[in-house]
Design a protein around this ligand. Structure first.
Ligand code: GLU
Length: 512
């Protein structure tokens, strides 16, 4: 069956999106782009108790930051709206009624206490928490055990009720999963899930299936945690007469903790010091704030690159992908079944690689906001910054480090007595004056030539070239690390460098 590719990301706005949610969105995006299809954002907010203010805006902002925006949804437009389930409330009851009428669902009045009593009564050693299902349903207060008239009266009296799906006894419920092949459940593993509540709202299962059908979704790409709900969905498609239109399923593997088994959680991020959210998030309930990848300094392109490889592989050794290259290479078949271990060090490597792949000009653009922020009064010229970027590119993990690690390009360095003590006694005022002279006269912009001249002077003055270089580096940078000394000298210019040489000598006097 050849149907247009329409996929959806269907988050519930119960909190910030984590890496797993972002990856689901990304795979949906990549698949839609690859297939020339449509990527839809649907907000699944049927559970009003779990609603968290700000979560929906967080979702759209995260998708925007990552550059994986949907093409259809409330804020993007489209002909299948509204795209938020609470705005579609009026749609679902018909389908619940249809299922009741056809005998595939029933009304249940059981209170919380009654459910607990049932569990206690039927609990056995092998089955400590019995379900509401074919074994227990006939002992409960529902439209299968109570006559129709009484059901009507109880509803008319305002008694709360739910609608449950009637799962058949001992039947195989199977479906083809694009990642896991044929997946089969026995209906005895599936309970009579609530599909509609007396507050007039459907539950996830009904709303999800109805909306996938009405929005003509062709493929459902979602996390593994939804695999066990799929038999319910398959039954709903069957009972509503929509089997022909059932989407193809693809259940993504889990993202695992870096240091063990089990699903990656926010706690692992806190414990091991890395973000699990794309953007920062302050919980409206607890006021607790968490940093996101954006605030940690990750470029969204690198974020997308590492996320894509968490569970999918191109089948080659290639690791660095632009978004366009990912779209080209992506296929659902190459998503793995087994969990993908998360490695934060590797994510940093992706950011480094991404920055190194930028042109100096493009890196400058990303660095400029940090420079402006740190030096609002004296932001250097773009040409200068571009050269700084070229010298720092291989030494940074985050763009901001051009400014933090490369502070000596923008301000006079500090000299710690520890570093001053590393300057050899052979470095004397006389020699330094000659160095300054040489620099003032130097008109060449070739670091190699300058280095030759510097070494020649050192030779004449019987100073070891290594001692001279160490002195120059400490004077210019303040530390023993940083880009090559002659390059620094040429970029900073004789005036700045000479000032630093004098200042360093001045301070050297104080420690001797
Ligand atoms: N609302 C579900 C979620 O929060 C959607 C799962 C699905 O894609 O069916 O992930």
């Amino acid at each position: 069956m050849n149907r247009p590719v329409r996929v959806r990301f269907a988050p519930s706005p119960t909190g910030p999106l984590h890496l797993g949610g972002m990856r689901t969105a990304l795979y949906n995006y990549l698949f839609a782009r690859k297939m020339g299809g449509t990527f839809i954002l649907r907000i699944e907010d049927t559970d009003q108790n779990r609603f968290v203010p700000g979560a929906e805006a967080y979702i759209t902002e995260s998708l925007k930051w990552a550059g994986i925006e949907p093409t259809e949804g409330d804020i993007y437009g489209g002909n299948y709206g509204p795209y938020k389930q609470s705005d579609r409330k009026h749609l679902y009851k018909t389908y619940a009624d249809q299922l009741i009428a056809s005998g595939h669902a029933y009304i249940a009045f059981d209170t919380k206490e009654a459910l607990e009593t049932m569990k206690a009564t039927f609990a056995t050693h092998d089955n400590p928490s019995p379900s509401y299902n074919y074994t227990t349903r006939m002992t409960m207060q529902n439209s299968l055990t109570i006559n129709a008239k009484e059901v009507e009266t109880r509803i008319a009296n305002g008694e709360p009720y739910v609608v449950r799906i009637k799962v058949p006894l001992n039947e195989e419920i199977g479906f083809q999963d694009l990642i896991r092949d044929y997946v089969v459940f026995n209906s005895s593993q599936v309970d009579d899930k609530v599909i509609f509540k007396s507050d007039g709202m459907p539950t996830y299962h009904l709303a999800n299936v109805v909306d996938d059908y009405l929005m003509e979704i062709s493929h459902v790409i979602r996390g593994e945690e939804w695999l066990s709900s799929t038999p319910i969905h398959v039954l709903l498609y069957r009972y509503l007469g929509w089997e022909e239109k059932m989407p193809q399923f693809a259940h993504l593997p889990l993202i695992l903790k870096p240091d063990g088994n089990g699903k990656l959680s926010k706690r692992d991020g806190d414990r091991l010091g890395f973000p699990v959210f794309p953007l920062n998030w302050t919980s409206p309930e607890t006021g607790e704030a968490s940093q996101g990848y954006r605030e940690r300094g990750f470029e969204s392109e690198a974020f997308v690159n590492f996320l894509a490889l968490l569970g999918w592989s191109p089948g080659t050794d290639q690791e660095i992908f632009s978004k366009e290259a990912l779209i080209q290479a992506f296929s659902i078949e190459k998503i793995s079944k087994s969990g993908a271990k998360f490695d934060f060090e590797k994510t940093k490597w992706f950011n480094e690689q991404f920055l190194r792949g930028l042109s100096n000009e493009a890196l400058t653009e990303r660095v400029l906001p940090f420079v402006r922020q740190k030096y609002p009064e004296k932001t250097p010229e773009i040409n200068f910054l571009t050269k700084v970027c070229s010298l720092m590119k291989d030494r940074i993990t985050y763009a901001e480090e051009v400014v933090t690690k490369g502070h000596f390009f923008f301000e006079h360095p500090q000299y710690s007595s520890e570093n001053l003590a590393k300057i050899a006694p052979s470095i004397q005022g006389d020699f330094v004056s000659k160095l300054q002279n040489l620099l003032e006269k130097n008109t060449s912009h070739h670091p190699e030539l300058l280095e030759i001249e510097l070494k020649a002077l050192a030779g004449e003055e019987q100073v070891k070239a290594g001692d001279m270089m160490k002195f120059l580096r400490i004077s210019i940078v303040g530390e023993l690390s940083g880009p090559s000394v002659p390059e620094l000298m040429i970029l900073l210019g004789a005036e700045t460098v000479n000032k630093r040489l004098s200042a360093c000598m001045e301070q050297l006097k104080n420690i001797h």
